[in-house]
Write a protein that binds this ligand. Structure first.
Ligand code: AP5
Length: 185
């Protein structure tokens, strides 16, 4: 059974939704860099102040900031039996940093699940949700950032034999079942 999991997908592809379902049903923590960053912004911490402008514009927060957050988080005790990374890694530098961190911990990734959803459906979903970074311009920029910086990770993980792609549109339970099937194959 896969326990150390990355959920990879465009903004609005359902990483948060499916990550939450996995956490509740498999009893392993969901670690969302977006949620960690939003909490830092809400708390007004130095890290939050640094992150806010990038998040508002739909750009990525600096690699060293998110890598530092993940390094701390993966050293916490509740990750000993696995975790779901939601929204990390998003760049090649982040993927390489994660690899070397997991070598140090002696616990490599088991699976990377790519949630694939049509771009127009994503725009519709996010406009309906209406988070502060869910304006049409910011969504389009987040999509572009995904294509330019995160999409190349599909090849990175495919070459390492870790990647599975799951259709991320339609019924939530059906998507969840496809993910679990891919994780347990
Ligand atoms: P983050 O919070 O990760 O946002 P995101 O990737 O844009 O992802 P979303 O939360 O919008 O979507 P999701 O895929 O989780 O989908 P969800 O389940 O919510 O990042 C925000 C910002 O933080 C980034 O832009 C960046 O600035 C920064 N950041 C974060 N991580 C970073 C990193 N590693 N490096 C650098 N910067 C980083 O679903 C979306 C909506 O669709 C919801 O309303 C949901 O109810 C709905 N929905 C879900 N599934 C379905 C379905 N099957 N059918 C219909 N609706 C559905």
């Amino acid at each position: 059974m896969s326990k150390r999991i990355v959920l990879l997908g465009a903004p609005g592809s359902g990483k948060g939704t499916q990550g939450q379902m996995l956490m509740e049903r498999r009893g392993i923590p969901q670690i969302s860099t977006g949620d960690l960053l939003r909490a830092a912004v809400a708390a007004g911490s130095d890290l939050g102040l640094k992150a806010k402008a990038a998040m508002d514009a739909g750009e990525l927060v600096a690699d060293e900031v998110v890598i530092g957050m993940i390094r701390e988080r993966l050293n916490e005790a509740d990750t000993a039996n696995g975790y779901i990374l939601d929204g990390f890694p998003r760049t090649r530098a982040q993927a390489e940093a994660l690899d070397s961190l997991l070598v140090d911990l002696g616990k490599p990734l088991d699976r990377v699940v790519h949630l694939e959803v049509d771009e127009e459906e994503i725009v519709k979903r996010l406009l309906e949700r209406g988070r502060s970074d869910d304006t049409e311009d910011t969504i389009r920029n987040r999509m572009k950032v995904f294509r330019d910086q995160t999409h190349p990770l599909l090849e990175y993980y495919s070459e390492r034999g870790l990647l599975v792609t799951v259709k991320g549109s339609g019924d939530l339970e059906a998507i969840y079942s496809s993910i679990v099937e891919a994780l347990d194959a």
